[in-house]
Design a protein around this ligand. Structure first.
Ligand SMILES: [Zn+2]
Length: 258
C-alpha cells in the first residue's frame, strides 16, 4: 500500500521518522508521499530521502491555503526551485479553505492560480485541500486548470461534489475520517466512487482512524482505513491495497519496482 498523504516533517513525526517508517514497512506499506508545507518541512523531507529510509519517501510542496497570506510568497520561490531540481512528485497541498479562512479568500485564490500555473509548467499533478469552497475551486480550475491532473486530499464533501470531482477526471483521497460511524455522507461517496479513482491517506499526524483516536496518527495506521473501505465496497483488502497503490503510482509517477 501507499500512504498518499502524510506530513513526515511535522515535529510529532519527524522526531521519530525512522521508527515510524519501519512500522509502516512492517504492515506492508511500500511508499509514503510526504506533503511539505513550508521551508522547514521540505528540508526535512529531503533529509529523510537522503538518509536511506526503510521505504521510499516522495515529496510534494506548497503552502497550505491557511498560511498563504503569511508565507505564500516566501515559500513559492523555494517550491519553484524544488520543481526545477526535480525533487517533487506533485504540487500541494494547495486549494481553498473557507471553513477556517485563516487567509483572505482573495489571497487563497491568487496563490491557487500561481500553483495552477506552476503545475502546468512543470507537468506535475496537484494535490488539493478544499473545505467549504468547492464552487470556487471548480470555477477557478475550469478557467485556469482544465484537463489537468489533480487529487482531492482528505475528501469530506458531498456526493454531488464528489461527482463534480470525478467529472473532471480527478481522484478522491480518503483519510481515517471515513472510519467514523457518523461519516455517513462519506460512506455514500465511497460506495459511489470507482476504486480506480480512490486514494488512501493518513494525513498523519492528524486524523487518526477510529480505533486510534486520540493517538498521534502515522502511516502504519492506514490499514484500518483500507479495511474499512474494503468492507464498505464488498471487496477484499488485497484488491483495495493493489488498486489504490496503482492509482498512487500512476498519479504521482512514482519510481517504484511494484
Ligand atoms: Zn495534509
Amino acid at each position: 500500500m501507499i500512504d498518499s498523504h502524510a506530513h513526515l516533517g511535522d515535529d510529532k513525526l519527524f522526531s521519530n521518522w525512522k521508527a515510524i517508517l519501519e512500522r509502516a514497512q512492517m504492515v506492508g506499506l511500500n511508499a509514503v508521499v510526504d506533503i511539505c508545507t513550508d521551508v522547514i518541512t521540505l528540508e526535512r523531507g529531503l533529509l529523510i530521502q537522503a538518509s536511506n529510509p526503510p521505504i521510499p519517501v516522495f515529496l510534494t510542496a506548497a503552502t497550505t491555503p491557511h498560511d498563504v497570506e503569511a508565507e505564500g510568497d516566501l515559500f513559492f520561490k523555494r517550491v519553484e526551485e524544488a520543481v526545477l531540481k526535480k525533487q517533487l512528485v506533485a504540487i500541494g497541498e494547495t486549494g481553498l479553505d473557507y471553513y477556517y479562512e485563516h487567509s483572505p479568500k482573495q489571497t487563497q485564490k491568487k496563490h491557487l492560480i500561481k500553483y495552477f500555473n506552476l503545475a502546468k509548467m512543470a507537468n506535475l499533478p496537484l494535490v488539493f485541500h478544499c473545505r467549504e469552497a468547492f464552487g470556487d475551486l471548480f470555477d477557478l480550475a475550469d478557467l485556469e486548470y482544465s484537463n489537468a491532473s489533480a487529487l482531492l486530499h482528505c475528501f469530506t464533501g458531498t456526493l454531488d461534489e464528489a461527482k463534480q470531482v470525478l467529472k473532471r477526471g480527478w481522484g478522491l483521497s480518503f483519510s481515517g475520517i471515513v472510519t467514523f460511524k457518523k461519516s455517513t455522507q462519506l460512506h455514500e461517496v465511497l460506495k459511489y466512487a470507482p476504486l480506480e479513482k480512490i486514494f488512501i491517506e493518513t494525513d498523519a499526524p492528524y486524523l487518526a482512524p477510529q480505533t486510534k483516536r486520540g493517538f498521534c496518527n502515522e502511516p502504519s495506521f492506514i490499514l484500518e482505513t483500507a479495511q474499512f473501505i474494503a468492507d464498505l465496497k464488498g471487496v477484499s483488502l488485497e484488491e483495495v491495497a493493489e488498486t489504490t497503490s496503482r492509482n498512487a503510482r500512476e498519479f504521482f509517477s512514482l519510481a517504484l519496482n511494484r
